[in-house]
Design a protein around this ligand. Sequence first.
Ligand code: DX5
Ligand code: ZN
Length: 233
Amino acid sequence: MSQPFTPRPLVIAPSILASDFSKLGEEVRAVDQAGADWIHLDVMDGHFVPNISYGPDVIKAMRPHTKKIFDAHLMISPCDPYLEAFAKAGCDHITVHAEAGPHLHRSLQAIRALGKKAGVSINPATPVSAIEHVLDLIDLVLVMSVNPGFGGQAFIRGSLGKVSDVRAMTAGRPIDVEVDGGVAPDVSGELAAAGANAFVAGSAVFKGGTMEAYKANISAIRNAAALARGEAI
Ligand code: DX5
Ligand code: ZN
């Protein structure tokens, strides 16, 4: 049986990693207009993950192009020295990895002290128990459904069980359960039924390359999730 449906709002968060980097401002405006709720920003350092993306200066340059929530996913280690820079760049949510260092609790305290919403992400091999002792310090849990570092990978189905475990562990708290990696309309319904309310999607949103395509792609992910939540489309 699936977990009880959650009252947390349904959120679609396109990952800018899959956009055309030669026109970032335009891409941000296009997904905004296409119905994105949050803009997901994947920051990679070539150390915690085997790829390098962009940092706070690039995020700052994107900031004036939308009023939507900037949902930063830091795949960097260490993260503490850079938290202030991401806050100042205009990130609203700052999510760090549980595996990124020995002091997750301290990193989350620092994010909250900067006045931002704090998130924890867990890799596919990391048990859900990693978040057990930081529940009072988080606004969001980001369950990775691929190994972080690259867009366009296949969804790991074992993530569905982790999503329901996270939803059960966070029950009754104002915590978003977000899922990231290989998310498309074919799995967003199952993920919603398992208890995810926020859906990151890169390739599934940006395929087609136009605002009209993004709109249809976002709607398809949203509608499958809404249906599973018993909500009107
Ligand atoms: C992977 C990133 C994801 C990625 C998702 O490390 O955290 O946000 O961009 O891309 P898709 O949706 O293509 O798997
Ligand atoms: Zn991400």
